[in-house]
Design a protein around this ligand. Sequence first.
Ligand code: SF4
Length: 675
Amino acid sequence: MKIQTADSAGFCFGVARAVKMVRDEAAAGRTVCTLGPIIHNRHVVEELAAQGVTTADTPEDCPPGATVVIRSHGVAPGVIRRLEDRGLRVLDATCPYVAKIHRIVSAQPPGVTVLVAGDPAHPEVEAIVGHCTAPCYVVEDEDKAEKLLDKWGDLSKRHFVLVAQTTFLTSRWHKIIISLKKRCTNLEIFDTICKATEKRQAAALSLSKQADVMVVIGGRHSSNTTKLLDICQEQCPSVLVEDAGDLAGHYALLSRASLVGITAGASTPVCIIKEVQRSMSNLDNINNDMTFEEMLDQSFKSTYNGEKVTGVVTSIKPNEIAVDIGTKHAGYVPLHELTDDPGAAPEDLVKVGDEIELQVVRVNDVEGTVMLSKRRLDAAAGFEKVMAAGETGEILTGIVTEVIKGGLLVLTSGVKVFVPASQSGVPRDGDLNTLLRKEVQFKILETNRQRRRALGSIRAVERARREELAKTFWEEVEVGREYTGPVKSITNFGVFVDLGGVDGRIGLTDLTWLRVKHPSEVVSIGDVITVTVKDIDTENKKVSLIYKKAEDNPWEKIKEIHQVGDIVEVKIMSITAFGAFAQIIPGIDGLIHISQIARERVEKVSDKLKVGDVVRAKITELDYERKRASLSIKALLLAEDQEAEASMAEAAQEAPEVPAEPAAEEPPVEEETAE
Ligand code: SF4
């Protein structure tokens, strides 16, 4: 059997454009409705329906809020108005060739008679008539045209405009023209038959003249397909099939043919034409023991949703990989079906030539594609692993992919395991987001095979690990040993440090030499610090730690800087009823007793001093044993007074002697004389 396909067959420009517009809208996530089937091909319509595209017969049937796509046939202006009155978004996929006819007829004034060569029941013709404001008549063939002209009698004063349905039979169109030209003196002809249709019909005619049998592929309700069948049937036995599956009904006819011709209507996708071609070709390899139906079945070598297949990676793109699974379909794995990891790149996961196990997700026989998933297959295997881990207590590793209400989702072997917040290991007031994108280890606590759910616990793993570490810790711990660990919690009285399985406590006095109000002034949660074991209570499993370092001891430092009697500038740190404490060096505050504040008696410390004041004072005591220091402003003042007095005295001594003023000469005492 020789098989030949007509030179021009299948999807035309207008149909391909309309289908693309619908697909694009659906892919954009909009609610899409087509007014009538977008094309006369059930495979395409079913495939679009699977993407949520609905079909309505009237504008009133379209769902609210939908984008309504006008198919390539076009519609009358009144239909658009009805859609817009309902507030629906209209996407016009009317074929530009059809729209051109609308423009021609709508431009005719009322005195012109418009004739449309076509099928009056065809939606395209109904739409053309709807665009006419002038008188309009549809003629199906030359006889109908003649009858119409007969009704009008004198045609000399009538102006006729003739257009054709785009898919009208060319032969019939020419016959109508001949009839009209004979009688109409004022006839304007617009040849609006689509060139694609003309070419397709011419190719079908040519091939059918040579073939023993013609196979016409297309929808049974497709006007251009049935016209192709008409053309072919005039030349040889011809059958109409919607897809390769329909061939089975024509075995007797086909098996006798030497040359089988194939043509296809404008609504037939190329993949269906190829499928029919392939099925026909496989008939050459006839195994005489097989029935025709069996051979057809074998030739399909198809696949089905859910099937596990092995594929070879043939190309890698950023968003998908192409895979050959050995069937007629072009296999592809979208990135989200390749892996659950949104950050992964396909080239990091597979390379061209890799053989991988996949699961069939969706077979699209119309497009000839099959969507596959590695992720789902991995998840199925992964779920079994998770189930087994639930039985054995095995520790699993996964990545925290989401923080959801009440807990975390951890991805392991393609399975998402729910970890409740209470099992996350994060403190109650902590932030679960700190675990996001982190690798964690967890145990499976519960599984539900029916619902394919699993519940895990990170905390259980941590607890077990801590128990193990704690055992080692108690075997090794000794006073004076140093440990480094993170600060786990802080209280008013101390700090708890994770020593690895055991938390040790640093009391406030062992935290720092400095005087602090709260431990948080020294360390923060999460700080990794080195501590020394101060005391061990093995019975109660308690460890006391020291954080402050001996070399930082201010009582050692002060020895090198000051001694009793030194005059220092000190800052008042606090005030009490009996005096004020002033910082000599960080870590050592000396007491200035109330009696040592001033020369005179002080009633109230705050009358003389306030916190923050910087004053000069004399160190009067440094008690290294009792860690006490005393200061005195008064001693300093008195010393200064003494000094002042001494210097005055000294100055007095050193001053030159002032000679005594000579005594005034007493006047000579006049001797009393006797008179
Ligand atoms: Fe447009 Fe021609 Fe296709 Fe009709 S057959 S939709 S006119 S391209």
